[in-house]
Structure formats: structure tokens, C-alpha cells
Design a protein around this ligand. Structure first.
Ligand SMILES: Nc1ncnc2c1ncn2[C@@H]1O[C@H](COP(=O)(O)OP(=O)(O)OP(=O)(O)O)[C@@H](O)[C@H]1O
Ligand SMILES: [Mg+2]
Length: 228
């Protein structure tokens, strides 16, 4: 059943919130290094799908395997270890810790994994250079622009060299120019480390950075052929 070489695979996912079927038989698969855009109208189930794939939410039924391991068979501490070391996350807003400087924000996932401050900040700075925000290292999130803040957040999501980067509307709060800049740097950085990217967006311009699109409608998914 599992497509050869897939890293993360989901079959027939169902999840209801009261009377709402947020997921109603959705499927998904992604290879290492692949960028897959999850598209669809508001309320169609995109974020719910991402949360299930990332082990943040639990589907009512269906299967999700990561590297051949069934997620439902893991306990919460195993899933949380997976999220800390194998997955990276970027959301639309409000994700940087306002009291910390930008470099402390980027270094945070490493610090939480027990890496010493000096080493963590060294790695953080290298990622900030890559995302072209190294000059903001000592500033706090409140002192940088929206686009800069998102690039800091992307640096933070990649600092642990995750195998899968989950991005839910990462450019949703940005104008198109800043959005494209974030997408370019995000996809380049992910491709250079062979990380897979699950990119939720409803903008065609953002989805254009992906290798493949999955469309979600009423909790059901469909793989779309890219017409170039
Ligand atoms: N925690 C929740 N409690 C109740 N209903 C929820 C919850 N989360 C999502 N839903 C419902 O499930 C459906 C799918 O929501 P979801 O957030 O996955 O949509 P989405 O495609 O990400 O939409 P958007 O583009 O607006 O972010 C919606 O009808 C939503 O109202
Ligand atoms: Mg959403």
C-alpha cells in the first residue's frame, strides 16, 4: 500500500469536531526532499490534516506512518520526541517568543534538546545567515518587520535539521513580495537539507514553489496533476 520511498503516508483519515467532519477520508504522502502544497478553501480541513500528520492532533480513524512506523502505536512522549527532533514548524503568526532576542528564538529548539548555549547560538546564526536575517540577531521580535520575523521563524524551524517541515500559511500575513522571498529561502533551505515540506496555503502563487499539490475539499483529498 505504501508508495515506495515515502517518508510520511496517511490513508483514509477521519476526524470529527462535534457534527463537523473536518477530515472525511483524506490521504497524503510525501518523499524526503519533496515539497507538497496542501490547498483548498477555508474550512476544508487543511490545518486539521497538517496537525494530524505532525502528531499534534489524533485522527478518529485511518492510519499515519512516519518512516514506516505507525504514529498511533507511539505513546505521547515518543510523538513529542518526534516533533522536537524530526519535525519543524512554521505558522502564520505569533510564533516567536517576544521576550527573547531573534537569535535566542532560533536557538530555542536546540536548547530544548539540551544543546549548550554557545553551540546552539552558533548553529542558529548559520541558519539566520542563510535566511538573510543574521543582522537581526540581537533584536527582539517586536523590533523586526513581518517578513523578517517570518524568516527568523523559518530559521528556527530548520535549526534542528528536521526531516519534515510543516508550514501552515507561512506567508499568509505577508505582502506578495515578502511572501515570495520567504518561500524562495524556505524551499531552497529545505531542498539543501533534503527535508520534506508540507506547505498549507490557499495562494496559487505560494503553491507554485511546490513539486506537487494535494487539494482538500470537505475533508477529502485529491492529488492534482501540475499543468505547466
Ligand atoms: N478545534 C476545533 N473545534 C471545532 N471545530 C474545529 C476545530 N478545528 C477545526 N474545526 C472545524 O473543522 C473544519 C476544518 O478546519 P481546518 O482548520 O482544518 O480548516 P482549514 O482548511 O485549515 O481552513 P483555513 O484555510 O481557514 O485555515 C472547519 O469546519 C472548522 O470549523
Ligand atoms: Mg487552516
Amino acid at each position: 500500500m505504501t508508495p515506495a520511498g515515502s517518508l510520511l503516508v496517511a490513508h483514509d483519515l477521519r476526524k470529527a469536531y462535534g457534527p463537523t467532519n473536518a477530515l472525511d477520508g483524506a490521504g497524503f504522502s510525501i518523499h524526503p526532499g519533496e515539497v507538497v502544497a496542501v490547498m483548498g478553501p477555508s474550512g476544508s480541513g487543511k490545518s486539521t490534516l497538517l496537525h494530524c500528520l505532525a502528531g499534534i492532533a489524533t485522527p478518529d480513524s485511518g492510519s499515519i506512518t512516519y518512516g514506516g512506523r505507525e504514529m498511533a502505536a507511539m505513546n505521547e512522549s515518543q510523538r513529542s520526541a518526534l516533533r522536537r527532533s524530526e519535525f519543524g514548524f512554521v505558522f502564520q503568526f505569533g510564533q516567536l517568543v517576544p521576550e527573547l532576542t531573534c537569535i535566542e528564538n532560533v536557538a530555542l529548539p536546540l536548547r530544548l534538546n539540551g544543546v549548550r548555549r554557545k553551540e546552539a547560538e552558533g548553529t542558529a546564526l548559520a541558519w539566520m545567515e542563510r535566511l538573510e536575517v543574521d543582522l537581526l540577531a540581537g533584536k527582539r521580535p517586536g523590533e523586526v518587520s513581518g517578513g523578517e520575523g517570518q524568516r527568523v521563524a523559518v530559521a528556527r524551524s530548520l535549526v534542528t535539521s528536521p526531516r519534515v517541515l510543516f508550514a501552515d500559511e507561512p506567508t499568509g500575513a505577508l505582502d506578495s513580495l515578502n511572501g515570495e522571498r520567504v518561500m524562495e529561502l524556505l524551499t531552497d533551505a529545505a531542498r539543501s537539507t533534503n527535508a520534506a515540506v508540507v506547505l498549507v496555503t490557499h495562494e496559487t502563487r505560494v503553491a507554485a514553489y511546490s513539486d506537487r499539490e494535494i487539494h482538500v475539499r470537505d475533508g477529502k483529498s485529491q492529488t492534482m496533476e501540475r499543468v505547466i
